[in-house]
Design a protein around this ligand. Structure first.
Ligand SMILES: [Zn+2]
Length: 441
Protein backbone atom coordinates (compact mmCIF):
# COMPACT_ATOMS: atom_id res chain seq x y z
CA UNK A 1 0.00 0.00 0.00
CA UNK A 2 1.33 3.43 -0.91
CA UNK A 3 -0.65 5.52 1.62
CA UNK A 4 -0.87 4.85 5.34
CA UNK A 5 -4.23 3.19 6.08
CA UNK A 6 -5.13 5.76 8.72
CA UNK A 7 -4.54 8.55 6.19
CA UNK A 8 -6.38 6.69 3.40
CA UNK A 9 -9.37 6.21 5.71
CA UNK A 10 -9.32 9.91 6.67
CA UNK A 11 -9.14 10.94 2.99
CA UNK A 12 -12.16 8.79 2.14
CA UNK A 13 -14.11 10.24 5.07
CA UNK A 14 -13.46 13.74 3.73
CA UNK A 15 -14.52 12.61 0.27
CA UNK A 16 -17.65 11.03 1.74
CA UNK A 17 -18.67 14.26 3.46
CA UNK A 18 -18.28 16.12 0.14
CA UNK A 19 -20.20 13.46 -1.82
CA UNK A 20 -23.05 13.42 0.69
CA UNK A 21 -23.55 17.17 0.20
CA UNK A 22 -23.97 16.88 -3.60
CA UNK A 23 -27.61 17.73 -4.48
CA UNK A 24 -27.93 14.77 -6.88
CA UNK A 25 -26.84 12.38 -4.12
CA UNK A 26 -29.27 14.00 -1.68
CA UNK A 27 -32.14 13.64 -4.14
CA UNK A 28 -31.31 9.97 -4.62
CA UNK A 29 -31.16 9.48 -0.87
CA UNK A 30 -34.61 11.06 -0.51
CA UNK A 31 -35.96 8.72 -3.21
CA UNK A 32 -34.41 5.70 -1.53
CA UNK A 33 -35.91 6.75 1.82
CA UNK A 34 -39.39 6.83 0.31
CA UNK A 35 -38.93 3.27 -1.01
CA UNK A 36 -37.68 1.80 2.28
CA UNK A 37 -40.91 1.03 4.21
CA UNK A 38 -42.35 -2.37 3.30
CA UNK A 39 -45.38 -1.61 1.14
CA UNK A 40 -47.60 -4.48 -0.01
CA UNK A 41 -49.80 -2.22 -2.13
CA UNK A 42 -46.76 -0.75 -3.93
CA UNK A 43 -45.63 -4.32 -4.54
CA UNK A 44 -48.96 -5.11 -6.21
CA UNK A 45 -48.67 -2.06 -8.42
CA UNK A 46 -45.07 -2.92 -9.34
CA UNK A 47 -46.17 -6.43 -10.36
CA UNK A 48 -49.04 -5.11 -12.49
CA UNK A 49 -46.69 -2.62 -14.17
CA UNK A 50 -44.08 -5.32 -14.75
CA UNK A 51 -46.58 -7.70 -16.39
CA UNK A 52 -47.99 -4.86 -18.51
CA UNK A 53 -44.49 -3.89 -19.70
CA UNK A 54 -43.66 -7.54 -20.36
CA UNK A 55 -46.55 -8.18 -22.74
CA UNK A 56 -46.35 -4.75 -24.41
CA UNK A 57 -42.61 -4.36 -24.78
CA UNK A 58 -40.84 -7.68 -24.42
CA UNK A 59 -40.91 -9.96 -27.47
CA UNK A 60 -40.58 -13.14 -25.39
CA UNK A 61 -43.76 -12.34 -23.41
CA UNK A 62 -45.90 -10.86 -26.19
CA UNK A 63 -48.01 -14.02 -26.43
CA UNK A 64 -49.08 -13.68 -22.78
CA UNK A 65 -51.27 -10.58 -23.15
CA UNK A 66 -54.17 -10.91 -20.73
CA UNK A 67 -52.55 -13.78 -18.83
CA UNK A 68 -52.47 -13.87 -15.04
CA UNK A 69 -49.16 -14.00 -13.18
CA UNK A 70 -49.28 -17.78 -12.69
CA UNK A 71 -49.79 -18.28 -16.44
CA UNK A 72 -46.39 -16.78 -17.27
CA UNK A 73 -43.72 -19.43 -17.82
CA UNK A 74 -41.13 -20.12 -15.15
CA UNK A 75 -37.66 -19.19 -16.32
CA UNK A 76 -34.49 -21.14 -15.66
CA UNK A 77 -30.91 -20.09 -16.30
CA UNK A 78 -30.95 -21.98 -19.60
CA UNK A 79 -33.97 -20.07 -20.92
CA UNK A 80 -32.57 -16.76 -19.69
CA UNK A 81 -29.39 -17.38 -21.68
CA UNK A 82 -31.15 -18.71 -24.75
CA UNK A 83 -33.68 -15.84 -25.01
CA UNK A 84 -31.48 -13.00 -23.78
CA UNK A 85 -32.17 -10.62 -26.68
CA UNK A 86 -35.91 -11.37 -26.74
CA UNK A 87 -36.21 -10.62 -23.03
CA UNK A 88 -35.11 -6.99 -23.29
CA UNK A 89 -37.83 -4.38 -23.12
CA UNK A 90 -38.19 -2.29 -26.32
CA UNK A 91 -40.16 0.78 -27.30
CA UNK A 92 -42.78 0.58 -30.12
CA UNK A 93 -40.08 1.18 -32.79
CA UNK A 94 -38.09 -1.80 -31.50
CA UNK A 95 -35.41 0.32 -29.85
CA UNK A 96 -34.11 -0.51 -26.40
CA UNK A 97 -35.38 2.15 -23.99
CA UNK A 98 -33.35 5.02 -22.62
CA UNK A 99 -31.51 4.82 -19.35
CA UNK A 100 -28.16 3.62 -18.17
CA UNK A 101 -28.11 -0.12 -18.52
CA UNK A 102 -25.71 -2.34 -16.73
CA UNK A 103 -25.07 -6.00 -17.13
CA UNK A 104 -25.25 -8.37 -14.19
CA UNK A 105 -23.25 -11.51 -14.53
CA UNK A 106 -23.32 -14.44 -12.17
CA UNK A 107 -20.29 -16.37 -11.10
CA UNK A 108 -21.28 -19.39 -13.11
CA UNK A 109 -20.82 -21.56 -10.05
CA UNK A 110 -23.50 -23.84 -11.43
CA UNK A 111 -22.13 -23.92 -14.96
CA UNK A 112 -22.35 -21.23 -17.64
CA UNK A 113 -22.52 -17.63 -16.46
CA UNK A 114 -25.91 -15.97 -16.77
CA UNK A 115 -26.42 -12.35 -17.72
CA UNK A 116 -29.29 -10.00 -17.14
CA UNK A 117 -29.81 -6.29 -17.79
CA UNK A 118 -30.95 -3.66 -15.41
CA UNK A 119 -30.74 0.13 -15.09
CA UNK A 120 -29.50 2.34 -12.31
CA UNK A 121 -32.95 3.91 -11.97
CA UNK A 122 -34.70 0.56 -11.49
CA UNK A 123 -32.54 -2.29 -10.20
CA UNK A 124 -29.95 -0.03 -8.62
CA UNK A 125 -32.46 2.03 -6.66
CA UNK A 126 -34.50 -1.00 -5.57
CA UNK A 127 -31.38 -2.67 -4.26
CA UNK A 128 -30.30 0.49 -2.45
CA UNK A 129 -33.76 0.69 -0.84
CA UNK A 130 -33.57 -2.93 0.33
CA UNK A 131 -30.04 -2.39 1.57
CA UNK A 132 -31.30 0.58 3.59
CA UNK A 133 -34.28 -1.43 4.86
CA UNK A 134 -31.84 -4.01 6.20
CA UNK A 135 -29.64 -1.27 7.74
CA UNK A 136 -32.65 0.10 9.61
CA UNK A 137 -33.90 -3.28 10.82
CA UNK A 138 -30.45 -4.06 12.20
CA UNK A 139 -29.99 -0.58 13.65
CA UNK A 140 -26.62 0.23 12.04
CA UNK A 141 -25.20 3.71 12.71
CA UNK A 142 -26.17 6.43 10.20
CA UNK A 143 -22.60 6.56 8.93
CA UNK A 144 -19.44 4.66 9.67
CA UNK A 145 -16.97 2.11 8.41
CA UNK A 146 -17.72 -1.27 6.89
CA UNK A 147 -15.24 -4.10 6.46
CA UNK A 148 -16.32 -5.78 3.24
CA UNK A 149 -15.22 -9.31 2.38
CA UNK A 150 -17.60 -9.74 -0.53
CA UNK A 151 -16.62 -10.63 -4.05
CA UNK A 152 -14.32 -7.94 -5.43
CA UNK A 153 -13.41 -6.87 -8.94
CA UNK A 154 -9.69 -7.03 -9.77
CA UNK A 155 -9.23 -3.25 -9.40
CA UNK A 156 -11.45 -2.61 -6.37
CA UNK A 157 -9.56 -0.13 -4.15
CA UNK A 158 -8.81 -0.97 -0.52
CA UNK A 159 -10.83 2.03 0.69
CA UNK A 160 -13.92 3.45 -0.99
CA UNK A 161 -16.29 6.30 -0.11
CA UNK A 162 -19.85 5.02 -0.64
CA UNK A 163 -22.51 7.73 -0.06
CA UNK A 164 -25.64 5.61 -0.68
CA UNK A 165 -27.85 4.29 0.75
CA UNK A 166 -26.09 5.82 3.76
CA UNK A 167 -22.55 7.23 3.94
CA UNK A 168 -20.00 4.56 4.79
CA UNK A 169 -16.33 4.16 4.09
CA UNK A 170 -15.92 0.69 2.73
CA UNK A 171 -12.72 -1.21 3.39
CA UNK A 172 -12.51 -3.99 0.82
CA UNK A 173 -10.55 -7.08 1.78
CA UNK A 174 -10.04 -10.30 -0.09
CA UNK A 175 -10.62 -13.62 1.64
CA UNK A 176 -7.78 -14.31 4.09
CA UNK A 177 -5.11 -16.46 2.52
CA UNK A 178 -1.94 -16.99 4.59
CA UNK A 179 -0.05 -18.03 1.44
CA UNK A 180 -0.62 -14.73 -0.40
CA UNK A 181 1.86 -12.03 0.72
CA UNK A 182 -0.31 -9.18 -0.62
CA UNK A 183 -3.41 -10.41 1.21
CA UNK A 184 -1.42 -10.87 4.42
CA UNK A 185 0.00 -7.33 4.04
CA UNK A 186 -3.50 -5.86 3.57
CA UNK A 187 -4.82 -7.64 6.65
CA UNK A 188 -1.87 -6.52 8.75
CA UNK A 189 -2.38 -2.96 7.54
CA UNK A 190 -6.09 -2.66 8.29
CA UNK A 191 -7.60 -5.37 10.51
CA UNK A 192 -7.70 -4.07 14.06
CA UNK A 193 -6.18 -0.67 13.09
CA UNK A 194 -9.49 1.18 13.31
CA UNK A 195 -12.98 0.45 14.66
CA UNK A 196 -15.54 -1.00 12.24
CA UNK A 197 -19.31 -0.59 12.50
CA UNK A 198 -20.29 -3.37 10.17
CA UNK A 199 -18.78 -6.50 8.62
CA UNK A 200 -20.16 -7.91 5.39
CA UNK A 201 -19.11 -10.73 3.09
CA UNK A 202 -19.58 -14.31 2.07
CA UNK A 203 -19.93 -16.78 4.95
CA UNK A 204 -16.61 -18.52 4.44
CA UNK A 205 -14.64 -15.25 4.32
CA UNK A 206 -16.36 -13.88 7.40
CA UNK A 207 -15.54 -17.06 9.31
CA UNK A 208 -11.92 -16.81 8.14
CA UNK A 209 -11.78 -13.18 9.35
CA UNK A 210 -13.17 -14.17 12.74
CA UNK A 211 -10.53 -16.87 13.07
CA UNK A 212 -7.83 -14.41 11.97
CA UNK A 213 -8.91 -11.99 14.72
CA UNK A 214 -9.36 -14.66 17.40
CA UNK A 215 -5.90 -16.15 16.80
CA UNK A 216 -4.20 -12.75 17.01
CA UNK A 217 -6.23 -11.34 19.88
CA UNK A 218 -7.60 -8.57 17.64
CA UNK A 219 -10.76 -7.09 19.09
CA UNK A 220 -13.31 -5.83 16.57
CA UNK A 221 -16.72 -4.78 17.88
CA UNK A 222 -19.02 -4.18 14.89
CA UNK A 223 -22.68 -3.51 15.47
CA UNK A 224 -23.55 -6.50 13.30
CA UNK A 225 -22.32 -8.95 10.65
CA UNK A 226 -24.20 -9.51 7.39
CA UNK A 227 -23.12 -12.69 5.61
CA UNK A 228 -24.30 -13.30 2.09
CA UNK A 229 -25.74 -16.69 1.53
CA UNK A 230 -23.41 -19.63 1.31
CA UNK A 231 -24.07 -22.39 3.78
CA UNK A 232 -22.82 -21.19 7.20
CA UNK A 233 -22.49 -24.11 9.60
CA UNK A 234 -23.79 -23.42 13.12
CA UNK A 235 -20.32 -23.94 14.54
CA UNK A 236 -18.95 -21.32 12.14
CA UNK A 237 -21.66 -18.89 13.16
CA UNK A 238 -20.71 -19.40 16.81
CA UNK A 239 -17.08 -18.57 16.04
CA UNK A 240 -18.13 -15.33 14.29
CA UNK A 241 -20.66 -14.28 16.92
CA UNK A 242 -18.39 -14.95 19.88
CA UNK A 243 -15.34 -13.32 18.26
CA UNK A 244 -17.16 -10.13 17.25
CA UNK A 245 -19.70 -10.07 20.09
CA UNK A 246 -22.66 -9.46 17.79
CA UNK A 247 -25.27 -11.24 15.74
CA UNK A 248 -24.83 -12.68 12.25
CA UNK A 249 -27.62 -11.98 9.77
CA UNK A 250 -27.73 -14.14 6.66
CA UNK A 251 -28.60 -12.30 3.46
CA UNK A 252 -29.93 -14.07 0.38
CA UNK A 253 -29.16 -12.29 -2.86
CA UNK A 254 -28.79 -13.33 -6.47
CA UNK A 255 -27.13 -11.52 -9.37
CA UNK A 256 -30.45 -11.47 -11.23
CA UNK A 257 -32.65 -10.11 -8.42
CA UNK A 258 -30.26 -8.40 -5.98
CA UNK A 259 -31.13 -8.39 -2.26
CA UNK A 260 -34.06 -10.81 -1.92
CA UNK A 261 -34.41 -12.09 1.66
CA UNK A 262 -32.69 -11.95 5.02
CA UNK A 263 -32.81 -13.50 8.43
CA UNK A 264 -34.97 -12.27 11.28
CA UNK A 265 -34.08 -12.65 14.98
CA UNK A 266 -35.89 -16.03 14.91
CA UNK A 267 -33.42 -17.09 12.19
CA UNK A 268 -36.10 -17.46 9.55
CA UNK A 269 -35.55 -15.96 6.10
CA UNK A 270 -38.01 -13.18 5.24
CA UNK A 271 -38.45 -12.38 1.56
CA UNK A 272 -38.95 -8.74 0.58
CA UNK A 273 -42.13 -9.42 -1.40
CA UNK A 274 -42.81 -5.81 -2.38
CA UNK A 275 -39.60 -5.78 -4.48
CA UNK A 276 -38.78 -9.44 -5.08
CA UNK A 277 -41.81 -11.71 -5.07
CA UNK A 278 -41.01 -15.31 -4.09
CA UNK A 279 -42.74 -18.52 -5.16
CA UNK A 280 -42.02 -22.00 -3.86
CA UNK A 281 -42.36 -24.66 -6.56
CA UNK A 282 -42.08 -28.45 -6.83
CA UNK A 283 -42.49 -29.01 -3.12
CA UNK A 284 -41.24 -32.37 -1.92
CA UNK A 285 -41.06 -33.33 1.76
CA UNK A 286 -41.30 -29.67 2.77
CA UNK A 287 -38.50 -28.50 0.46
CA UNK A 288 -39.22 -26.38 -2.64
CA UNK A 289 -37.40 -24.67 -5.50
CA UNK A 290 -37.28 -20.90 -5.06
CA UNK A 291 -38.59 -18.82 -7.99
CA UNK A 292 -38.24 -15.03 -7.80
CA UNK A 293 -39.83 -12.18 -9.72
CA UNK A 294 -37.91 -8.94 -9.52
CA UNK A 295 -40.77 -6.41 -9.51
CA UNK A 296 -38.65 -3.46 -10.66
CA UNK A 297 -36.98 -5.32 -13.52
CA UNK A 298 -38.93 -3.61 -16.31
CA UNK A 299 -35.84 -3.06 -18.57
CA UNK A 300 -35.50 -6.85 -18.73
CA UNK A 301 -38.22 -8.62 -16.80
CA UNK A 302 -36.99 -11.29 -14.40
CA UNK A 303 -40.27 -13.16 -14.00
CA UNK A 304 -40.71 -16.41 -12.09
CA UNK A 305 -36.98 -16.99 -12.21
CA UNK A 306 -35.92 -20.36 -10.79
CA UNK A 307 -32.77 -19.54 -8.86
CA UNK A 308 -31.50 -23.07 -8.33
CA UNK A 309 -31.70 -22.61 -4.55
CA UNK A 310 -34.20 -24.38 -2.34
CA UNK A 311 -36.11 -23.42 0.77
CA UNK A 312 -37.75 -25.19 3.69
CA UNK A 313 -41.47 -24.75 4.33
CA UNK A 314 -43.18 -21.35 4.39
CA UNK A 315 -44.05 -20.49 7.98
CA UNK A 316 -45.89 -17.73 9.74
CA UNK A 317 -43.18 -16.08 11.81
CA UNK A 318 -44.13 -14.26 14.97
CA UNK A 319 -41.17 -11.87 14.90
CA UNK A 320 -43.22 -8.97 13.57
CA UNK A 321 -41.12 -8.37 10.43
CA UNK A 322 -42.98 -8.35 7.12
CA UNK A 323 -42.48 -10.61 4.10
CA UNK A 324 -42.99 -14.28 3.32
CA UNK A 325 -40.92 -16.27 5.79
CA UNK A 326 -39.36 -19.70 5.30
CA UNK A 327 -37.97 -21.97 7.98
CA UNK A 328 -34.63 -22.31 6.23
CA UNK A 329 -32.78 -21.77 3.03
CA UNK A 330 -31.07 -24.90 1.85
CA UNK A 331 -28.78 -23.66 -0.88
CA UNK A 332 -28.30 -25.04 -4.31
CA UNK A 333 -30.51 -27.73 -5.69
CA UNK A 334 -28.89 -30.92 -6.91
CA UNK A 335 -25.81 -30.96 -4.75
CA UNK A 336 -26.21 -34.57 -3.67
CA UNK A 337 -23.48 -37.15 -3.04
CA UNK A 338 -23.07 -40.28 -5.14
CA UNK A 339 -22.79 -43.55 -3.25
CA UNK A 340 -20.74 -46.63 -4.19
CA UNK A 341 -23.66 -48.23 -6.03
CA UNK A 342 -24.57 -45.00 -7.83
CA UNK A 343 -27.31 -44.09 -5.35
CA UNK A 344 -27.80 -40.41 -4.40
CA UNK A 345 -27.79 -38.83 -0.94
CA UNK A 346 -29.06 -35.39 0.03
CA UNK A 347 -26.18 -33.46 1.65
CA UNK A 348 -27.98 -31.85 4.60
CA UNK A 349 -27.55 -34.63 7.15
CA UNK A 350 -23.79 -34.72 6.59
CA UNK A 351 -23.42 -30.92 6.65
CA UNK A 352 -25.26 -30.86 9.97
CA UNK A 353 -23.17 -33.71 11.39
CA UNK A 354 -19.89 -31.96 10.47
CA UNK A 355 -21.10 -28.73 12.07
CA UNK A 356 -22.21 -30.55 15.18
CA UNK A 357 -18.77 -32.15 15.39
CA UNK A 358 -17.28 -28.67 15.76
CA UNK A 359 -15.69 -28.08 12.37
CA UNK A 360 -16.27 -24.36 11.82
CA UNK A 361 -15.24 -24.24 8.22
CA UNK A 362 -15.09 -26.94 5.57
CA UNK A 363 -15.74 -27.94 1.98
CA UNK A 364 -16.73 -31.31 0.56
CA UNK A 365 -15.46 -32.31 -2.87
CA UNK A 366 -16.61 -35.47 -4.64
CA UNK A 367 -14.56 -36.80 -7.54
CA UNK A 368 -15.17 -40.53 -7.05
CA UNK A 369 -18.38 -42.43 -6.26
CA UNK A 370 -18.43 -43.55 -2.62
CA UNK A 371 -15.74 -41.06 -1.48
CA UNK A 372 -16.01 -37.50 -0.23
CA UNK A 373 -12.91 -35.34 0.20
CA UNK A 374 -13.11 -33.08 3.22
CA UNK A 375 -11.15 -29.82 2.92
CA UNK A 376 -10.47 -27.66 5.98
CA UNK A 377 -8.38 -24.48 6.41
CA UNK A 378 -4.69 -25.03 7.07
CA UNK A 379 -4.92 -23.09 10.34
CA UNK A 380 -8.10 -24.68 11.71
CA UNK A 381 -8.78 -27.65 13.99
CA UNK A 382 -7.57 -31.01 12.70
CA UNK A 383 -10.44 -33.20 11.58
CA UNK A 384 -8.91 -36.68 12.09
CA UNK A 385 -11.00 -37.66 15.12
CA UNK A 386 -14.19 -36.24 13.69
CA UNK A 387 -13.56 -38.26 10.56
CA UNK A 388 -13.02 -41.58 12.32
CA UNK A 389 -16.19 -41.13 14.32
CA UNK A 390 -18.29 -40.00 11.36
CA UNK A 391 -17.05 -42.78 9.08
CA UNK A 392 -17.99 -45.36 11.72
CA UNK A 393 -21.49 -43.91 11.95
CA UNK A 394 -21.81 -43.76 8.17
CA UNK A 395 -20.73 -47.39 7.75
CA UNK A 396 -23.34 -48.42 10.31
CA UNK A 397 -26.06 -46.46 8.47
CA UNK A 398 -25.42 -47.74 4.94
CA UNK A 399 -26.15 -51.11 3.34
CA UNK A 400 -23.07 -53.16 2.33
CA UNK A 401 -21.53 -51.92 -0.96
CA UNK A 402 -23.54 -48.71 -0.73
CA UNK A 403 -23.01 -45.26 0.77
CA UNK A 404 -19.84 -43.20 1.10
CA UNK A 405 -16.89 -42.52 3.36
CA UNK A 406 -15.00 -39.32 4.11
CA UNK A 407 -11.29 -38.75 3.65
CA UNK A 408 -9.16 -35.68 4.28
CA UNK A 409 -7.75 -33.69 1.42
CA UNK A 410 -4.61 -31.56 1.86
CA UNK A 411 -5.52 -28.72 4.23
CA UNK A 412 -6.30 -25.39 2.63
CA UNK A 413 -6.88 -26.94 -0.81
CA UNK A 414 -10.28 -25.33 -1.26
CA UNK A 415 -11.87 -25.37 -4.70
CA UNK A 416 -13.06 -21.90 -5.73
CA UNK A 417 -15.28 -20.78 -8.58
CA UNK A 418 -13.88 -18.42 -11.24
CA UNK A 419 -14.96 -15.41 -9.17
CA UNK A 420 -13.51 -16.72 -5.94
CA UNK A 421 -16.68 -18.00 -4.36
CA UNK A 422 -16.25 -21.10 -2.27
CA UNK A 423 -19.23 -23.41 -2.40
CA UNK A 424 -19.61 -25.82 0.54
CA UNK A 425 -20.04 -28.73 -1.85
CA UNK A 426 -18.22 -29.29 -5.13
CA UNK A 427 -19.70 -32.17 -7.09
CA UNK A 428 -17.49 -33.28 -10.01
CA UNK A 429 -19.61 -36.32 -10.86
CA UNK A 430 -22.74 -36.27 -12.97
CA UNK A 431 -25.64 -36.97 -10.63
CA UNK A 432 -27.58 -40.06 -11.68
CA UNK A 433 -31.36 -39.72 -11.94
CA UNK A 434 -33.35 -41.03 -9.01
CA UNK A 435 -34.65 -40.07 -5.59
CA UNK A 436 -32.28 -38.61 -2.99
CA UNK A 437 -31.88 -40.48 0.26
CA UNK A 438 -31.61 -38.49 3.44
CA UNK A 439 -31.31 -38.97 7.19
CA UNK A 440 -28.43 -41.44 6.84
CA UNK A 441 -26.44 -40.19 9.83
ZN1 LIG B 1 -39.31 -13.71 11.53
Amino acid sequence: MTVEPAQALEDRRTELAQLSAVPRVQRKRARIDRMVPFDTEQGRQRLAELLRTAVERVPYYRAFAGAGFADFPVMGKTELRAHFADLISRDPTGEIGNGRFFLNQTSGSTGQPVRSLTTTSTGGMANAALHERLNRQLGFPESGTVLNLGLLYPDTPLFEAVPLPRPYVKCNLRGFDPTSPSVVADYEAVVGRFPVDKITGSSSRVIALARYCAERGIRLRPHGVVASYEHMPDSGRQVVESTFGCRVTMLYMTSETGYSAWECPERRMHFQDDFVLPEFLNEEAGVSDIALSSLTSTPMPILRYVTGDRAGPVVSCGCGLPGTAVESLLGRAKTGFVGLAGEIYAPWALLAALSAAGLPDFQLVQEEAGWLDLVVPSAGPRPAEVLTDLNTRLRAAFQPREGFQLRVRAAGGFVLTDTGKRNPIVQRLALPAGPERSGYV
